[in-house]
Design a protein around this ligand. Structure first.
Ligand code: IDC
Length: 372
């Protein structure tokens, strides 16, 4: 009986021992697992931290790169560089009040040479020839609404590329701007309204009044009306106003300036084989009179647009213009068989030209633009 008891107690102790050691074993295992898990979590979270800190570094690097890019590339386009232009005294100035000199190229009549109004050509001239301005020549006498598409395309390309653009109402054979005044009013109210938020458009209200036309009786009243119309829609627009005798008698204006003088400039045109020191004296006089002058068209041929070119005189003109920060625009982008055309008559391409495809005058002007 006593033996039986001893055996029973031993069995119970054994069972208890086994149970405790099992529980103990399980506990240890769990702990170990937890340690491993915690380690994993720690490793994971430290990995995450690394990823986060890496991505933070990436973001920081991107920001630095962006800033560097901005500093290096800025200003990327002429309009980014100068912003909204205005006229202060006799000077064209940028958004910060610093003097700006625009240099550009004029199309020929848009209805005769529309092939050159293409974005690739504008981009090429901006990037390779350093121009910041395009002038779209719309011959007033032969203008009709079907030409609007070409004009709007031209404005849109210039805008996309961050270039300034002159919308030129090209009075010529219709020598008195009042002749086509109604057409001019309709045209400008349409275009100025459509583009009233653009800061890159300059409006030239009459290319070259000529013949029996005076500043006081003809051009001035026309200009006052057109300025009212344009500034009524966009009060900050810069407006270029033609002057008598194909834009040579700029000093007629000095004696009898326009009533509205906000953001107005007067145009002087020259053709270097015909117009020399006498016309430069006229310009020097205007500079003395503090008149804001813009050379919205010039050539280095004879005033007919063809004949011999005069590089000596042309260089004298450019020196004088550069010295006085006066903006200028070369006539004309075409391959017409005339010496003022930028392209050789044999050049068929309408963009991406090589030097050999330029006329003599074209080669000279591209050198001027590249400061060579
Ligand atoms: C000329 C063109 C020529 C065209 C003629 C008439 O070069 O191809 O046949 O006009 O439309 C100006 C004028 C400008 C003239 C240019 C050369 O603004 O239209 O272009 N010129 O004569 N003023 C002085 C010279």
């Amino acid at each position: 009986m006593k033996n039986k008891r001893i055996i029973l107690i031993s069995i119970i102790i054994l069972i208890l021992l086994i149970t405790f050691s099992y529980i103990f074993f399980i506990k240890i295992k769990q702990n170990n697992n937890n340690i491993v898990k915690n380690d994993e979590i720690e490793i994971k979270s430290s990995e995450n931290n690394n990823i986060n800190s890496n991505s933070n570094t990436n973001i920081d690097n991107n920001k630095i790169n962006q800033k560097e890019n901005e500093i290096q590339n800025k200003p990327q386009t002429p309009v980014q560089k100068y912003g909204k232009l205005r006229v202060e005294g006799s000077k064209l100035v940028d958004e910060n009040g610093d003097i700006v000199q625009l240099k550009g190229i004029s199309t020929h009549g848009i209805q005769w040479f529309p092939q050159y109004i293409n974005k690739e050509a504008f981009k090429f001239m901006k990037d390779e020839w350093n121009i910041n301005l395009i002038r779209l020549a719309i011959y007033s006498e032969s203008y009709n609404q079907s030409q609007n598409k070409i004009i709007e395309d031209g404005i849109d390309y210039a805008t996309d590329l961050g270039m300034y653009v002159i919308v030129d109402w090209h009075i010529l054979n219709d020598n008195n701007p009042n002749q086509n005044k109604e057409k001019a009013k309709n045209f400008f109210s349409y275009i100025v309204n459509k583009y009233k938020n653009n800061i890159n458009i300059i409006y030239e209200i009459c290319n070259e009044p000529n013949g029996n036309v005076t500043w006081k009786n003809d051009i001035k009243p026309y200009a006052e009306d057109m300025i009212n119309l344009i500034h009524g829609i966009n009060e900050d627009a810069i407006i270029l106003c033609g002057t008598p005798q194909f834009c040579q008698k700029i000093n007629d204006v000095a004696q009898d300036p326009l009533i509205a003088n906000k953001n107005i400039m007067y145009t002087l045109h020259f053709y270097a084989s015909t117009h020399k020191q006498e016309l430069r004296n006229e310009l020097l006089n205007a500079i003395k009179n503090d008149l804001p002058i813009f050379v919205s068209e010039f050539g280095i041929s004879e005033s007919s647009g063809t004949g011999t070119i005069n590089i000596d005189e042309a260089n004298k003109w450019i020196d004088l213009l550069n010295l006085n920060d006066i903006s200028y625009v070369y006539w004309n982008l075409s391959n017409k068989n005339e010496s003022t055309a930028l392209l050789k008559n044999s050049t068929d391409k309408s963009n991406n030209w090589i030097n050999e495809e330029l006329s003599d005058a074209g080669k000279w002007f591209i050198n001027i633009l590249n400061n060579k």
